[in-house]
Design a protein around this ligand. Sequence first.
Ligand code: SAM
Length: 120
Amino acid sequence: DRLFESCGGRFGRIWVVGGWYGVLPAMLFNDSRFDIAAVDSIDIDPEVAPVARTLNREAGDLFRALTADMYALDYAAGRPDLIVNTSCEHIADLRAWLALLPLGTTVLLQSNDYFSEPTH
Ligand SMILES: C[S@@+](CC[C@H](N)C(=O)[O-])C[C@H]1O[C@@H](n2cnc3c(N)ncnc32)[C@H](O)[C@@H]1O
């Protein structure tokens, strides 16, 4: 809802980093307010990609689940229209990660308030 309010619903390529099981892309593809050309869900854990592909099966070629470290991505070369980080509670230094993004990049940040989890 906040994304739509701030940026509208039309996007070219979206990168979701720390994308886990690909729930957000599935929600976006099923939300009629959004018209999205492609979503890449990128996660460091190779075990999550098959689940993300299953969840987003109906999106066909519009969806890719990729295995990579969000710190190692070339954001300038990829030039996604929107970068979503759905794992901010796993990022030790969020400002250092944001510094990797080209100036002017549109970014959406998600985190949670599960403070009792020691890895957060
Ligand atoms: C559990 S999910 C995030 C949950 C979500 N924020 C929520 O509120 O429920 C965290 C994901 O971040 C991924 N992750 C952690 N560090 C990463 C990194 N450096 N690059 C890419 N993915 C990473 C993990 O593999 C995991 O799938």
